[in-house]
Design a protein around this ligand. Structure first.
Ligand code: DGJ
Length: 770
């Protein structure tokens, strides 16, 4: 709901209020963002009763100190000296802007933008500000998403002056919060260590989160949180912010000399300059805001519901995602039709639903130095072509998915030989390469057309029901001879990308699009408006991946996080982890496999089959349930996901303690009066985990590393302790004691054997008791 009350504008969601006031001077004062309030509105305002020294006052008619006021947006040159969300060379040649309130309109639904945005808003308000001297308008646009407690903001600027206006910085939103005892929580990293959570206490000055790689990047995710000092997972106040954008982003928190936080997010001003001729306009990406007074889990629930209900494409909302087998980690570039068919057949037997053919299926692409940019099938590897291959896979009753990296070109390719000008480079300067490849110039319409034609022709020639859209390098040498101003490069590139993705989505709405950029290099809300899931990381080691998935979970729902079980030792860490733990981590997301399932040992095959059956049974919960984190002490994790009073708990142990302490199983979100049947998913315990100790567990006359035991080890597993409980919600909230872990004394079937990297899944289901 959005309504006006006197000079105040009130935006409301189910549980939140967002209020600002139109001041007599025409400025917009930010009044309130928090739990829904019906207070007297003037009482919510900051009380400036004494002012402060060194202030510049706006005008004789309105002698207000803009530097002290919490504002909705601010402009340079009229007395506000805090970090500015906007910088432009105005048509009169000055940097000074004097935008004042002109009018506002309230509409139902979302505003129809060009850039990707959240759909089906309840209400939208467009507040128009006007700079009379320059004849320029700014629209501040706010939408409310009632059920999900989120508000979006964006800005449109229109130049009506004969002279050109040049934008250098334009943030999508700004908000001033009149206090500073907050921590800034960001999600940072790099390749195979994406979205690790970092916490910085705020002090005076400016903190920024940004990307300059041309993508939203694996260095700093665009989403961040401001949490009051004592906030934890289930208690306290937090504000969450994200941006519907896939290019260079910039967010900043500035703490002023009077302890007021100014928060902003938008396109990165780095190398950005956007000229606006007469009657031209510029639209910023959409920013997303939410607030929680019940800790970080509640903040995540708001964001999750918002993404599932308003960001991902309509036809993918609530859709149960298939379990895929992707051949990348099993084969990399080294495959042929026989190997693929064999792998697919074995995968089908285990319950896999979608076979995805990754990199290497086209041109001369036998390693990463060749072929990108071309779309002809490599007939040496796949003599019958894609169509026949897809049909064969379809006959096995599996969907067929295909990998593309459409934004890139190798110099060793037919495309580059014919059109070297399609690759971006600065004239007379040798372009730098990343993963042996150059970036195609998506600012050039001809390139965009080439990609669309070839992509669509390929899709049309086979029955493809899933696409993995990859992008494997950062942008350098940014220059396009199609642009009059190179300050437009980064944003125009993203507009070119969105143009292709929009057509792809419109032509093939039935195709499930998974996006990827060397893993999570472009895990952002912009990409999620086209494809509902993202390959979260090239890291498939479950222990280090826990941190990646935990980080993502703060702002993205499990339905968007694509996670695969791969072989161990892991290619990224050389760590050897139990197969069960790989599944127990990957199942908290959209499950898939990268295993070479042709060579699984019989006991592994059985275990994978059981994993897939288990995941299918609870798929709706794993993908769309309410996800909870537990306050983490040290490196051990616990996750929970719940739906309709069924709850799944994942417990993960990084390093085993000698003679460990007693443990309890805790649950959240259970009804104290309800009775629950709790059981642990049986954990396979292969005898090779015991090494020479096997002789103490089972009396066998053979050497533990001899031929006989190696053969037995392919088949034989030992019983691990299982849990079966009948308890009520009150006890589960209080914690129910678990059986002991191995204490170094002796093996028995009633003791939990986890060891290093061990993990467990528990299911608690409500049952009726008479
Ligand atoms: C990077 C991706 O993240 C991998 O999963 C794989 O698709 C490779 N690219 C293929 O080149």
């Amino acid at each position: 709901m959005i309504y006006q009350k006197d000079s105040f504008i009130c935006l409301e969601t189910k549980e939140l209020s967002y209020i600002f006031e139109i001041l007599p001077s025409g400025h917009l004062e930010h009044v309130y963002f928090g739990t829904k309030t019906k207070s007297k509105l003037t009482d919510l305002k900051v009380k400036i009763t004494a002012g402060a020294g060194s202030q510049v006052l706006y005008s004789d008619d309105h002698p207000i100190p803009l530097d002290l006021l919490p504002l909705e947006y601010s402009f340079i040159g009229k007395g506000d000296y805090r970090l500015m969300p906007f910088e432009a060379k105005m048509p009169n040649g000055s940097f000074v802007c004097d935008f004042k309130y002109k009018s506002h309109t309230i509409i139902d639904d979302s505003y129809d933008y060009n850039l990707p945005h959240a759909l089906n808003a309840d209400k939208t308000i467009i507040v128009t500000l006007y700079d009379e001297v320059n004849n320029v308008e700014v629209d501040l646009i706010y939408s409310t998403f009632f059920e999900t407690n989120t508000i979006t903001r964006k800005l449109i600027i229109r130049n009506m002056n004969e002279n050109t206006l040049v934008i250098r910085k334009v943030m999508s939103m700004m908000i001033d919060v009149p206090e500073m005892d907050y921590d800034l929580i960001t999600f940072d990293g790099g390749w195979i260590k994406e979205t690790h959570k970092h916490i910085r206490p705020l002090s005076y000055g400016t903190y920024s989160i940004e990307s300059t790689t041309g993508a939203s990047s694996n260095r700093h995710n665009p989403g961040f949180i401001l949490a009051k000092k004592d906030t934890n997972e289930d208690y306290g106040i937090a504000i969450g912010i994200n941006l519907v954008y896939s290019g260079n982003h910039y967010s900043a928190v500035h703490v002023s000399n009077h302890g007021m936080m100014r928060v902003m997010t938008g396109i990165n001003p780095h190398c950005f300059e956007w000229p606006l001729e007469k009657n031209a306009f510029f639209e910023t990406p959409e920013a997303v805001l939410t607030y929680s007074a019940q800790g970080l889990n509640k903040l995540s629930h708001n964001m999750h519901d918002f993404i599932n209900g308003h960001i991902v494409p309509k036809n993918n909302q609530k859709e149960l995602r298939p379990i895929v087998l992707n051949n990348w980690e099993a084969f990399m570039f080294d495959f042929n039709q026989r190997k693929i068919i064999n792998l697919a057949r074995k995968a089908k037997k285990l319950g896999v639903e979608m076979f995805v053919l990754d990199d290497g299926w086209f041109s001369n692409r036998n390693d990463d130095t060749k072929g990108l940019g071309d779309y002809d099938v490599n007939r040496k590897k796949l003599p019958s072509g894609l169509d026949k291959l897809a049909k064969k896979i379809n006959r096995m009753k599996m969907g067929f998915g295909l990998w593309f990296e459409p934004e890139m070109v190798n110099q060793d390719s037919k495309l580059f030989t014919m059109h070297p000008e399609f690759a971006i480079k600065v004239p007379y300067l040798e372009p730098s390469k990343g993963r042996n490849q150059l970036v195609l110039d998506l600012c050039n319409d001809k390139v965009v057309r080439y990609i669309k034609e070839n992509l669509f022709n390929t899709i049309d020639c086979a029955n493809i029901s899933y696409i993995k859209w990859d992008m494997n390098r950062h942008i350098s040498d940014m220059y396009s001879n199609k642009l009059s101003n190179q300050g437009m490069f980064f944003h125009k590139y993203i507009l070119g990308l969105y143009d292709i993705l929009k057509d792809l989505k419109t032509r093939y709405p039935h195709i499930l699009l998974e996006t990827c950029s060397s893993g999570g290099n472009r895990f952002d809300l912009g990409m999620l408006t086209f494809g509902p899931q993202v390959w979260a990381s090239d890291n498939t080691d479950p222990m280090t991946r826990l941190k990646i998935q935990e980080g993502l979970s703060y702002l993205y729902p499990l339905s968007t996080i694509s996670c695969h079980v791969s072989e161990a030792p892991h290619a990224q860490t050389l760590r050897k982890t139990p197969l069960e733990t790989r599944f127990n981590v990957a199942s908290f997301g959209v499950l898939g496999y990268e295993l070479d399932v042709r060579v699984l040992k019989p006991y592994e095959r059985k275990a994978v089959k059981e994993q897939i059956a288990f995941y299918k049974k609870y798929r709706d919960i794993f993908q769309y349930g309410k996800f909870y984190r537990f306050n983490r002490k040290g490196n051990d994790f616990q996750f929970q996901v719940s739906k309709d009073d069924t709850h799944i708990i994942g417990r993960y142990q990084t390093i085993v303690d000698a003679s460990p302490n007693f443990e309890k199983l805790y649950l959240k979100n259970v009804n104290e009066a309800n009775t629950y049947s709790v059981y642990s998913k049986p954990n396979v315990l292969n005898i090779d985990r015991f090494g020479h100790l096997i002789k103490h567990a089972v009396k066998v006359p053979f050497k533990h590393d001899g031929l006989v035991m190696r053969i037995i080890g392919k088949y034989k597993t030992l019983d691990n302790a299982q849990t079966k409980l009948l308890v009520d919600g009150a006890a589960l909230k209080n914690g129910v004691p678990l059986k002991q872990q191995f204490m170094g004394t002796y093996y028995n079937t009633e003791t939990r054997l986890l060891g290093d990297y061990g993990s467990e899944l528990y299911v608690a289901e409500k049952i009726e008791v008479s």
